[in-house]
Write a protein that binds this ligand. Sequence first.
Ligand code: 5AD
Ligand code: SF4
Length: 473
Amino acid sequence: MTRKLYIKTYGCQMNVYDSARMADVLAPLGYTLSDEPDDADLILLNTCHIREKAAEKVYSELGRMRHIQDAKAANGGRTLLAVAGCVAQAEGEEILERAPQVDVVVGPQTYHRLPELIAKAERSRPGRGILDTDFPVEDKFDHLPEERQPQGPSAYLSVQEGCDKFCTFCVVPYTRGAEFSRPVNTVLAEARGLVASGSQEIVLLGQNVSAYHGEGPDGREWGLGRLIRELAEIEGVQRIRYTTSHPKDMDDELLTAHRDVPQLMPFLHLPVQSGSDRVLKAMNRGHTADHYRRIVERVRELRPDIAMASDFIVGHPGETAEDHAESLRLIADVGFAHNYAFKYSPRPGTPAAMNTEEAVPEAVKTERLHGLQQLLGEQGHAFNHRTVGMRLPVLFDGHGKRPGQLIGRSPYMQPVHVDAPDRLIGRMVEVDITEAHPNSLRGRVATSTWDGASAHGVHGAGPPNSLEERAAV
Ligand code: 5AD
Ligand code: SF4
């Protein structure tokens, strides 16, 4: 029997990965993915708890889903509704109270049990929601199907979960639990499967991916740098990325991989959160702003063209105008290619949320956010401008907004729009960059690679290889 499954994913790439794995878990039960919730047999919301706004979205979405469930029930059918992810983990009981039409609440560590949970829900009457938000002793990854459904040109692969760093503002250590790294062999096996089903780019994921320390085939712990080197040996792995990292874990093996591994893309998302040592200390980050500057300097020595991205929080309790100015200074010193800045949002149960005396007023947060976004936006646009006139390999992974247009990513993570035929989707193609926009590029398929998409240089083109080429950005 085939049944339709609609999944809506909020938040980070880890959730995107988890959603794909939930689809894998449910496939043997006959569930196939659908783009629309209206005629789904099972609706799954995979939620995010990182900021208040993200968490609140779930409840409004549950309201909308209720109408769909009611319409189906009026016709004698039933739509099961499941809530997964970090809001499920943090507020499972509350969800069942506020939204009794929810049939299953499942946390990020137990979704391999979805088949049993769904079967149970099917047998019980609506309004009797089932909650499973344990942190089980058994390893979720051991219970997920080995086979993954094809993921397209770029595939996420979770290698590490959880966090032991306890930054004072962050819910992750509570919702995702302690740090855990998957063994090297299982990661490589999953990567081989992804390549066999057509993926060319592997994005290694973890809340703290740079803290990866999985058991290697030699019985020793391997760091992320070593894992990346091994991954690069798999035939067909044309691009490797990883996200998100922490400045404390950026060891030499990882940094030098940016010089040594041609498939490792010249893009580093390394959150710093603030440029003020005082705020970094209050955040329990365990590093200074200068430490961050030194890492950037080192990685740029190793890979001069690397595009940097970071996360910034404005308005952490106690942040003064001078602290904010230091964040702007750090941004000016480093120069970022992408823009991720957030207003501090107090999260229940975190230490920073208890510090209400030093809370920064909302209007001040808004003003500081604009200041940061303006500078980061200018830097991002300037970075994009510097790639105009370059020939870059672009991995096309879908259609652009306009008819006849494809979209792909440059090595630096910039979205690139190009007029090109559909058959180039899933291909790595050399593109001449013609225009820069604040958040994207436009380009033209390079003529030398245009005649016959299977010709040399179209499929399998790598990133710029010589240092001079890299330095040209
Ligand atoms: N408020 C605002 N931003 C937050 N982040 C994490 N917790 C909070 C919070 N309470 C941001 C951090 C992190 C990114 C994923 O989200 O910048 O790196
Ligand atoms: Fe949260 Fe800090 Fe851990 Fe990142 S390192 S997940 S910000 S606690």
